[in-house]
Design a protein around this ligand. Structure first.
Ligand code: SF4
Length: 313
């Protein structure tokens, strides 16, 4: 079925939904409920496809107060300008981006984080997420952040002493910090998978269910920065664990390691830079956070930088 998308027939019926046009059809997203609707009967002409990536992750700063032995983040000092950031958020929003994820370094060390989240929530239709190590979360900080972020991800690498060997921070204190999130904002756990952390997965599932997390995102370790790639036998064991998984918490995995795993990918044709891009703390737009090269946005407008990146990949 071919529909005339130009009369906003669908968007008028779903007034709380943001529309995005792409090769897979009309994507409607409600950031209040997190609902996604893909109307794949609608054929959208190429010239009407939304120009911004569906998701953009942004490293606000390279600064971090931890020194994890497996850290991927660049260590040179860099921080993004607030006014540049709000301008980019506005442009991404009007060009059909669905959501932005703030990270770092450690995003809670970005001096104007609350103001930035407030801008994104009040002045754009973007869904705002943040990935943090969790140790700086306090009641007063979360009170200020409440209502200005839609989802928080907390990093975890093994439990107990395994975690403490990586992070040099108390695991029990981490759990107390994560529990502070419960009545403030939906949250999930980002879990590094390697030979040292794999065996803790069953315990982690019990833990995330108990503390009220809504997602467990598996991040097999990659050889970027100080990271060492997950070995083959650990990856095979992880794949088997995933196939056997029957837990209640939603399970996700990073795109780098989906081979051999049954994953749900509704956007089959919208991929590459149209699906996802990363902006590092120097303002360089990249295809993902692991690669070195990209396009410095300060030199061009963000949509021009996207086009340059698209053309070169
Ligand atoms: S892994 Fe995260 S928390 Fe640890 S040093 Fe790197 S940026 Fe900081």
């Amino acid at each position: 079925m071919v529909e005339d998308y130009s009369n906003n027939r669908y968007t008028n019926s779903f007034s709380n939904y943001k529309s995005r046009f792409g090769p897979d059809g009309l994507h409607l997203f409600n950031r209040g409920t997190g609902s996604n609707i893909l109307i794949d009967e609608v054929v959208i002409p190429v010239q009407r496809w939304s120009k911004a990536p569906r998701q953009v992750s942004i490293a606000l700063t390279n600064t971090c107060d931890l020194s994890c032995s497996h850290c991927y983040a660049p260590k040179q000092k860099a921080i993004l300008d607030f006014n540049l950031l709000t301008n980019w958020l506005h442009i991404l929003d009007i060009n059909g981006c669905i959501g932005v994820g703030f990270g770092g370094g450690e995003p809670t060390l970005y001096p104007r984080l609350i103001e930035l989240c407030e801008y994104a929530v009040n002045e754009t239709t973007l869904v705002v997420t943040m990935t943090t190590h969790g140790h700086r979360l306090t009641d007063s900080f979360l009170k200020k952040l409440s209502g200005k972020v839609h989802f928080i991800r907390v990093s975890m690498d093994g439990i107990g002493t395994t975690y403490e060997n990586y992070r040099r921070r108390s695991f029990n204190e981490l759990i107390l910090k994560i529990k502070l999130l419960k009545d403030i904002v939906p949250f999930g756990v980002n879990y590094l998978v390697n030979s040292a952390t794999l065996d803790d997965l069953n315990e982690v599932v019990k833990l995330v269910e108990n503390i009220g997390a809504s997602e467990l995102l598996l991040l097999p370790e990659v050889s970027v920065g100080r990271g060492i790639s997950i070995d083959e036998s650990t990856e095979r064991a992880m794949q088997k664990w995933i196939r056997d998984y029957r837990g209640k918490v939603r399970l996700s995995i990073s795109e780098t390691h989906t081979d051999g795993i049954p994953v749900c990918e509704p956007f089959e044709m919208e991929n590459g830079i149209s699906a996802y891009a990363h902006i590092d703390a120097r303002g360089v737009l990249k295809t993902n956070s692991f690669v070195q090269d990209g396009v410095l946005i300060n030199d061009v407008e963000i949509m021009d930088a996207l086009q340059i990146l698209r053309d070169s990949n």
